[in-house]
Ligand binder design. Structure first.
Ligand SMILES: [Zn+2]
Length: 148
């Protein structure tokens, strides 16, 4: 009978005859790993699946508020590091978006003002915002319908 190496644990196993493509042994940890990777790929490739999962997680979290409160209490240092890293990522994203907007603005051709705005997604920030960096910007999509 054919034997294969498990893609997770590396142990030899006999594939089940019902599953000719089997790459993981039947150990619970290896099956969890297989499902975890499948879900990751599915979330990356299927927007409907991703949205569904996010909605289900929000619903679950709303019905189990004490779970995450307790989790944060028991994993305080980890949660604080995580929060700081998330805030840094947000600052990095804002900085990158601002740089991209400036670059895009600089690339515009002044001699063809009718093409000044291209279709695309833009960040909308009040021009009078004194604290630009602290403002929450809106993402807006602008579709150019006509140049006149
Ligand atoms: Zn295995």
């Amino acid at each position: 009978m054919e034997r294969r190496r498990c893609a997770a644990c590396g142990q030899a196993f006999r594939p089940r005859s019902q599953v000719p493509q089997q790459c993981y042994c039947s150990e619970a940890a290896c099956q969890r790993e297989r499902r975890r990777l499948w879900q990751r790929a599915k979330r990356a490739s299927d927007a409907d699946y991703r949205e569904n999962q996010a909605r289900a997680q929000r619903a679950w979290a709303a019905n189990h508020r004490e779970y995450w409160r307790e989790y944060r209490r028991r994993h305080q240092p980890y949660c604080e590091r995580n929060r700081e890293a998330a805030m840094q990522r947000q600052r990095d994203r804002r900085q990158a978006a601002a740089s991209a907007a400036v670059t895009e603005f600089a690339k515009m051709d002044a001699s063809t003002p009718e093409k000044a705005v291209r279709s695309g997604t833009y960040r909308l920030v009040p021009a009078t915002a004194a604290e630009f960096a602290k403002m929450d910007a809106c993402l807006v999509e602008i579709t150019l319908i006509s140049t006149r």
